[in-house]
Design a protein around this ligand. Structure first.
Ligand code: PGA
Length: 294
């Protein structure tokens, strides 16, 4: 759909098409601002989210839960599954405790006359500890603005949730050399709302829109480059301490085959996985790629 094979891409650094599913930089460069140049290096665990999106039914979800429960998960990873809202209680009562749970969205404020919405307090009340906010599908399809996502993030954190906050550029933006400008604009809107302390409960999910659900994964170097840029931005916009500690997930066509190379990148601290999170054994492999992260 994106005509990658017929397009000359103009990116922040020169790229070539290494194969039909991957864009690669001509020369991998160590990103300025990567964790190695940030004082107090050292973070929490590798963190993998499974974003089930609007997929599944009672039968397929029961099978997925069974397959996930059967999987051996390394102690080196924190795993969070995000089923569709209506299946959350069932998954909560059947999924092994080695997995935490997230909602895929919540409202920007307290509950009330907001038909179809779920308040952050309801998730807390239902013992759901995490929420995914600002996913590109919600930004693009539901009109969520940077400011709205920033306010949602603050509200969810104040209610007691932890947040996987999604950012990422479209293909047009990448081709225009706007990748970091877009990511930092989206992040700035979150920085405008939350305090330095709040960051302890935020994971950043960098998900290039052109890689989501397309099978076109960012190359490890390409993802590392952006992650390092994001970390450098956080260092300036928030603090070195937060930049060093904040976990940055990569999302966009992560699968059982490409997760190892991605996990080896210095500034990749986890994944947010869509399609492959619906296949229990693949998702378990992706979670265990944490072993390759050091
Ligand atoms: P994908 O989705 O793994 O299917 O590309 C990732 C996401 O949207 O979180």
């Amino acid at each position: 759909m994106f005509f990658f094979l017929h397009t000359t891409l103009t990116l922040t650094s020169p790229y070539y098409l290494s194969n039909k599913n991957q864009l690669s930089p001509v020369s991998a460069k160590a990103g300025a601002g990567s964790r190695s140049v940030v004082a107090m290096a050292g973070t929490g665990k590798f963190v993998v989210g499974g974003n089930w999106k609007c997929n599944g039914n009672s039968k397929s979800i029961a099978k997925l839960v069974k397959d996930l429960n059967a999987g051996e998960i390394t102690a080196d990873v924190e795993v969070i599954c995000a089923p569709p809202m209506v299946y959350l209680p069932k998954v909560q009562s059947t999924l092994d405790r080695k997995y935490q749970l997230a909602a895929q969205n919540c409202w920007v404020g307290a509950g009330g006359a907001f038909t179809g919405e779920i308040a952050a307090e309801m998730l807390v009340d239902a013992n759901i500890p995490w929420v995914i906010l600002g996913h590109s599908e919600r930004r693009a399809l539901c009109g969520e603005t940077d400011e709205f996502v920033g306010k949602k993030t603050k509200y969810a954190l104040d209610a007691g949730l932890s947040v996987m906050a999604c950012i990422g550029e479209t293909l047009d933006e990448r081709e225009a050399g706007q990748t970091l400008a877009v990511c930092t604009r989206q992040l700035q809107a979150i920085c405008n709302e939350i305090t330095e302390t709040d960051w302890a409960k935020v994971v950043i999910a960098y998900e290039p829109v052109w890689a989501i659900g397309t099978g076109k994964v960012a190359s490890p170097e390409q993802a590392q480059d952006v992650h390092a840029g994001i970390r450098a931005f956080v260092s300036k916009a928030v603090s070195q301490r937060v930049a060093s500690a904040v976990r940055i997930q990569y999302g966009g066509s992560v699968n059982a085959g490409n997760c190892e190379a991605l996990a080896k990148q210095e500034d990749i601290d986890g994944f947010l996985v869509g399609g492959a999170s619906l296949v229990g054994s693949d998702f378990v492999t992706i979670c265990n790629a944490a072993r390759f992260n050091n």
